[in-house]
Design a protein around this ligand. Structure first.
Ligand SMILES: Cc1cc2nc3c(=O)[nH]c(=O)nc-3n(C[C@H](O)[C@H](O)[C@H](O)COP(=O)(O)OP(=O)(O)OC[C@H]3O[C@@H](n4cnc5c(N)ncnc54)[C@H](O)[C@@H]3O)c2cc1C
Length: 459
């Protein structure tokens, strides 16, 4: 019996993979017996912030890892594809429908049992639990965090990052907002495996709030002066660079936001025929299209001040906030000290980490690590050797980074081309290069799957 602690993105995917590969599985999920500071339901694989799984084309590393996961039979990808909402070239989902789909699949699997309980210490083989996958996420409960810390030593770190607000669609002033996808790339052109071709501009999937220079300057000044919520341990707070709060970006300089989440490139306001000075983009958050999130607008500004400042955005003057932005804890181990590329711990072959707590960053990356950990735990349970996918695949490169990066100042990572090995011959054309990386990855993944199938039972 494989025991998986945590029924989030990583834990649910790991359970599905292990069960589909012949193992009996128990997921130990503490919600609703013990809630977290951020989850709002007792559903498995709840998306706690954005509803986006990011880019969905193979010219992008996160699009590539998704395609690899589909080829590996990922439950998370199957449910995400089934519940997608319009989001340009990205894969975004209706969060409730998505979590429901994962929960129903996992709970309905004859080999999986879900036990609602908090696990407070790292289970030992002599307790009769082996193999074990720890997939308790960035909000791992305190008791278990302490025990993990005792096990891994000082490498067990924690830091903070912040989430974006969501507004009610009907409260937006649509006379000021225009609908468009950046560069005209919309859901229609987002077929997962097709190479990227230029597409005709169409109505677009995002709502865009355009700003003039004066409006931007006034917004920037208000943001820089806004009062931040006090976070426990704030002095020690370290934010993931890809998820910086807007006010932290604002403090870096007047132009930082305009070259970051408020960049206007690729967007033309149909009423002026010009690219605005700055833009705030809103992305559909539910299938019904009644909620929109502010893209890249994670923040820790106090809620009163937050409403006041955000209502300065054209179109949001009377916005009703479904959820304000906030700060959260993030707990993760130092992967290079603790893990092998199979997601097993170096110290104990039958113990795995997966998901955000293992030192990856992001929904997709968490599920991807769970996918391999689940397959490998099933292999171990059958008496076979766990395998790591080739480094030339995105899913293999992620495992390699987590287990081999420089442990000093280790930072969790999203999947990027930068952590994949370079091509032997690099073409000058950037798009060609990205597509060749994808071709190599998918070919090597297929070869690996074939070899694993010949070497033993198909992993
Ligand atoms: C507030 C917040 C916002 C985020 N926003 C984004 C975003 O917008 N986009 C993105 O890609 N990533 C985001 N992340 C990062 C990360 O991708 C998500 O946290 C993702 O859910 C991680 O998946 P996971 O399976 O590792 O953890 P989770 O999905 O959190 O699952 C872990 C599960 O373990 C359970 N658990 C915890 N401790 C115990 C215990 N002791 N015993 C039993 N069960 C336990 C929890 O209840 C939870 O269900 C965010 C993280 C946080 C905290």
């Amino acid at each position: 019996m494989i025991h998986i602690i945590g029924g989030g993105l990583a834990g649910s995917e790991a359970a599905w993979q292990a069960a589909e590969h012949g193992a009996d599985v128990t997921i130990h999920e503490m919600r609703p017996v013990r809630p977290t500071a951020v989850h709002q339901t007792d559903g498995l694989a709840e998306l706690v912030c954005s509803n986006s799984f990011r880019a969905d084309k193979v010219d992008n590393a996160v699009g590539l890892i998704k395609e690899e996961m589909r080829r590996l039979g990922s439950l998370v990808m199957r449910c995400a594809d089934a519940t997608r909402v319009p989001a340009g070239a990205a894969l975004a989902v209706d969060r409730h429908a998505f979590s429901r789909a994962v929960s129903e699949a996992v709970q309905g699997h004859p080999r999986i049992r879900v036990s609602r309980e908090e696990i407070t210490s790292v289970p030992k083989p002599e307790d009769g639990w082996s193999p074990v996958i720890i997939a308790t996420g960035p909000l791992t409960s305190d008791a278990l965090s302490k025990d993990i810390q005792a096990m891994v030593g000082e490498e067990h770190l924690s830091f903070y990052d912040a989430i974006s607000p969501i507004v009610l669609a009907e409260s937006l002033d649509m006379s000021k907002v225009f609908r468009a996808s950046r560069w005209g790339r919309s859901l229609r052109s987002a077929a997962p495996v097709a190479p990227v071709e230029p597409v005709e501009p169409d109505e677009g999937d995002y709502l865009n709030c355009p700003m003039t220079k004066d409006e931007y300057d006034a917004f920037y000044a208000a943001l820089a002066a806004a009062e931040s919520a006090t976070v426990h341990d704030f002095d020690k707070a370290r934010f993931f660079e890809g998820c910086l709060p807007i006010e932290v970006m604002a403090h870096r300089g007047e132009g930082t936001l305009r070259f970051g989440p408020m960049k206007p490139v690729g967007l033309v306001d149909p009423r002026t025929g010009r690219t605005p000075y700055a833009v705030v983009q809103l992305r559909q958050d539910t299938l019904a299209g009644d909620h929109f999130s502010l893209v890249g607008f994670q923040t820790q500004i106090k809620w009163g001040d937050q409403a006041r400042v955000l209502k300065m955005i054209p179109g949001l003057e009377n916005a009703e906030f479904i959820r304000f932005g906030m700060v959260h804890r993030n707990t993760y181990i130092c992967g290079p000290h603790v893990l092998l590329p199979t997601w097993q711990t170096r110290a104990r072959a039958d113990l795995f980490f997966a998901g955000q707590v293992s030192g990856v960053e992001g929904y997709v990356e968490s599920a991807a690590s769970g996918l391999i950990a689940g397959r490998n735990a099933a292999a171990l349970a059958r008496g076979e050797a766990p395998q790591a996918p080739p480094r030339t695949t995105a899913i293999g490169a992620l495992a390699y980074y987590v287990s081999h990066a420089d442990p000093k100042n280790y930072q969790p990572t999203n999947i990027t081309h930068g952590i994949m090995p370079p091509l032997e011959e690099i073409p000058r054309d950037k798009m060609k290069k990205k597509l060749m990386i994808a071709e190599r990855a998918l070919a090597d993944l297929d070869l690996w799957l074939g070899a694993v199938a010949v070497g033993g039972r198909r992993l």
